[in-house]
Design a protein around this ligand. Structure first.
Ligand SMILES: Nc1nc2c(c(=O)[nH]1)N[C@H]1C(S)=C(S)[C@@H](COP(=O)(O)O)O[C@H]1N2
Ligand SMILES: [Mo]
Length: 425
């Protein structure tokens, strides 16, 4: 699936040249460096730091002391870096990550009433309602069943909400889009569990309830797509779920708003209509321009954002390998286009393998910045033909009071000094 565009060899040659210049520049400095550069026919082992003795091998490896990676905990009012006790969500450092998989400790977190520490030996999952054989399952029962794994993104429907009304120029991509992460999850197919309890033919809805203090409960429509793709998960990236992400059990509904993937899952109840919990009558609704509220806007739409360069970064004129992520709750990403002139002209970005349905897809594109003010943005299209809207189109449809499901193209402005900032368009 990995495509290479034709600029590759020129780009690599350019890169080699530039690296030589920087390296020697740092070592010798100024005029001498330029002289040395013109003389250097080859680079040798003398240019490479010597070997080094290592620390003892440990039971669990830690990140390099040179790698600084952390999430940003936020409180209700969007106040950042708050005390842990005040935080309601914590955002993934998208600007520092490469590829498509989010490290387990950096998966964004949204917990409405803190993180319960549930004992897996005592935890139970009840499946009941319109079912012939209501059943209470232990975690061990689920772990003994046929499982499957799936790489999928999880995104809070509030992701991107900061830009509905105005653009705060101090925001980073982590502040704005950090409630998006991609993991490999493992669990039991939802359909198998509902077959097991004898779901009745007219049970088209399912209530999923969490075991935390928030009383989280959502109505899930039992479409074929959701029945085929959802799971009751017990593991993330090869290990048991972490408490923050629902240990010991959570529901996962690929492609739909993160809120439906109920953590600390304790109950699934089958019914023939939605259960109308407060999470779907008040909280996760969208206020429309005509004053009515939209309910059950459940799918995460086609989206993309440039992560490098992005908000609050500083860049130099010259070559840039622009990088970003695209994702869609409808399926695979088909293409990503890049514009450096505010959306007037577009060209295609490279999609890096793997390109998976309902997972983050990495894109890259060459950009030579000439030092004049620019507006860079990306636009994704998924395999169902959905195109990421520009802001005007999105706001024209949904107004500016919606809060959830903001998926407009994200523009980063670059000024003459190379400062990158969030702007509306
Ligand atoms: N029981 C329960 N499930 C929950 C939540 C919660 O607070 N309690 N938060 C929801 C929301 S709003 C989102 S976006 C996702 C976040 O999942 P994560 O914290 O694993 O990233 O879980 C959902 N499931
Ligand atoms: Mo969420």
């Amino acid at each position: 699936m990995g495509k290479t565009d034709t600029g590759d060899s020129t780009r690599m040659a350019g890169l080699a040249k530039r690296n030589r210049r920087t390296f020697i520049g740092e070592a010798a400095g100024g005029v001498i460096a330029t002289l040395a550069a013109s003389k250097a026919a080859a680079e040798t082992l003398a240019d490479v730091p010597p070997r080094m003795m290592g620390a003892p091998v440990s039971g669990r490896s830690e990140r390099s002391s040179f790698a600084e990676l952390s999430r940003i905990p936020e409180s209700t009012a969007g106040k950042r870096n708050v005390a842990a006790a005040d935080a309601i969500n914590s955002k993934t450092p998208l600007q520092s990550l490469v590829g498509t998989i989010t490290p387990s400790d950096l998966h964004y977190e949204r917990s409405h009433a803190g993180v319960p520490d549930l004992d897996p030996a005592k935890h139970r999952l009840l499946i009941h309602g319109m079912a012939a054989r209501p059943t209470v399952l232990r975690v061990a029962d689920l772990r003994a069943m046929p499982s499957f794994s799936r790489i999928m993104f999880l995104e809070c429907s509030g992701n991107g909400w900061e830009n509905w009304k105005a653009a705060d120029p101090s925001l980073t991509v982590q502040n704005m889009y950090g409630m998006l992460s991609t993991h490999e999850w493992t669990g039991v197919p939802l359909r198998a569990l509902l077959d097991m309890v004898g779901r009745t033919a007219d049970a088209r809805w399912m209530l999923a309830e969490g075991g935390d203090g928030s009383g989280m409960a959502r109505s899930i429509p039992l479409t074929d797509e959701i029945l085929d793709e959802s799971m009751v998960a017990y593991a993330q990236n090869g290990e048991s779920l972490r408490p923050a992400h629902g240990f010991p059990l959570r529901l996962l509904v690929p492609g739909f708003e993160g809120n439906m993937s109920v953590k600390w899952l304790r109950r699934l109840k089958l019914g023939d209509q939605p259960f109308m919990t407060r999470w779907e009558t008040a909280r996760y609704t969208g206020l429309m321009p005509d004053g009515r509220a939209r309910q059950f806007h459940l799918r995460q739409d086609v989206n993309s954002v440039i992560t490098n360069p992005s908000g609050m970064m500083h860049i130099e004129p010259g070559y840039h390998r622009v990088s970003g992520i695209a994702w869609s709750g409808h399926g695979k990403i088909e293409k990503v286009e890049f514009s450096a002139d505010g959306g007037l002209t577009w060209r295609r970005a490279q999609l890096n393998a793997p390109v998976l349905a309902k997972a983050q897809t990495r894109f890259e594109v060459d950009w030579e910045w000439d030092g004049s003010p620019a507006k860079i943005l990306s636009r994704s299209t998924d395999e169902k033909g959905n195109i990421q809207p520009d802001r005007k189109t999105l706001v024209g449809e949904l107004g500016t009071n919606a809060v959830f499901h903001y998926n407009a193209q994200q523009t980063w402005a670059v000024d003459r000094q190379g400062r990158v900032t969030n702007v509306l368009a």
